[in-house]
Ligand binder design. Sequence first.
Ligand SMILES: Cc1cc2nc3c(=O)[nH]c(=O)nc-3n(C[C@H](O)[C@H](O)[C@H](O)COP(=O)(O)OP(=O)(O)OC[C@H]3O[C@@H](n4cnc5c(N)ncnc54)[C@H](O)[C@@H]3O)c2cc1C
Length: 427
Amino acid sequence: MADYDAIVVGAGLSGSTAAYCMAKAGLSVLVVERGDAAGTKNVTGGRLYAHSLEKIIPGFADEAPVERKVVRERISMMTDESCFTADFSSSRFQNPASASYTVLRAEFDPWLAGKAEEAGCDVVCPAVADELLRENGKITGIKAGDDELTAEVVLLADGVNSLLAQKAGLKKELSPHHVAVGAKEVVELSGGVINDRFNLNEGEGLAQLFAGSPSQGMVGGGFLYTNKSSLCIGMVVTVAHMAKSPNRLPDMLESFRQSPALKPLLEGGKIIEYSAHLVPEGGINMTPTLSADNVLVLGDAAGFCLNLGFTVRGMDYAIGSGALAAETVIEAKEKGDFSNAVLCGYQTRLENSFVMQDMRTHKNAPDFIEHTPRMFKEYPELVENIFADMFTVSGPSKLMLKKALPYVRKAGLLNLMLDGFKGSRAL
Ligand SMILES: Cc1cc2nc3c(=O)[nH]c(=O)nc-3n(C[C@H](O)[C@H](O)[C@H](O)COP(=O)(O)OP(=O)(O)OC[C@H]3O[C@@H](n4cnc5c(N)ncnc54)[C@H](O)[C@@H]3O)c2cc1C
């Protein structure tokens, strides 16, 4: 008999959600996590869309260590000299079902792993699952150091670079076009200063994404999120572009923090954390085989992450796929059949859920973003020139059209129309 019904590899959001749901249904579950504690190895920009966890733990934000509820959204186009920002706030962001929160993974992940433990899971950290155990070709558990642990099913929630999914033959090696590299700093500042600088009330938060000069013409961008008493700032750049660039990501992050748009916002702040991580950005094009006999793949390991330029989402997909993987394992336990005949129900559940529906809706987004470099240089420059002229008076005035036309011609009217059309269909 197996030691456990299910072993989950990775105590990120996908793994802990799956473990929590399975344990609540009475299954015996082991979670192994290679970090000293859940969350120590995990990186996120900072914003969790609440809808998926809200369905599993209603009202979770009242007890979970969330930082701030996001009520202000900003999108900025930056050049070396200028920054154009659209600032949007709405009372619609207050609805718990569609709210989003800034989170720090070092606090949020241990909370969720703790919920799984409370529900009855064994959570072991640090423990690295080095190999999948097999008997007569069938996956029967994991090898972690000298320990061999058996289970009816293994859930691979081990993140974007899932070596175990590769070893199981479910996933190919990562393509540099399908992953970005992200670097992030947490900058300590008092809550009062953050409220003043970002025009926020107590508990309210802001999310801001930047296109243009931060990524120095490459496919990528910058981000800023407000926490209770810190800011998260960072950069994400596609690996394929970064590999060819003479620039180093830490230097780009430093230029970003020294930029005229960011520097005053960070003044007096102290860097208390630095981290870097890969981000899956290939969308549906990088979906691995999601299930096989006695194994499932979830979260970032399955490539469930979307970067649409104005929003980065992976955490709600991790939670959503974790819950659907758990549902499938619970059915397999009831039927006493952990073969792919039952586990393939995970794929059907995903197809019927927001996870795969979003991957399909935005199937052209990664390709559009990668092949429209103008979004990262020419268009921010176009916006800079138009607005700089609009607000500069140094002699006789011109009509708006006369001011804008030369810049639009430079960027290419046809390019603008085509990119606008393609972008609206992809994003
Ligand atoms: C810079 C950056 C910014 C981002 N911004 C956002 C954002 O603002 N909003 C958003 O929703 N998403 C964002 N994302 C994406 C989001 O962070 C991920 O989609 C999410 O963390 C995926 O969760 P996961 O549980 O699938 O994987 P992970 O969080 O990566 O967890 C995997 C876990 O598995 C463990 N592990 C790996 N291998 C083993 C092993 N062999 N044995 C044991 N344990 C193992 C790891 O230590 C880790 O704890 C961002 C990502 C990055 C890198």
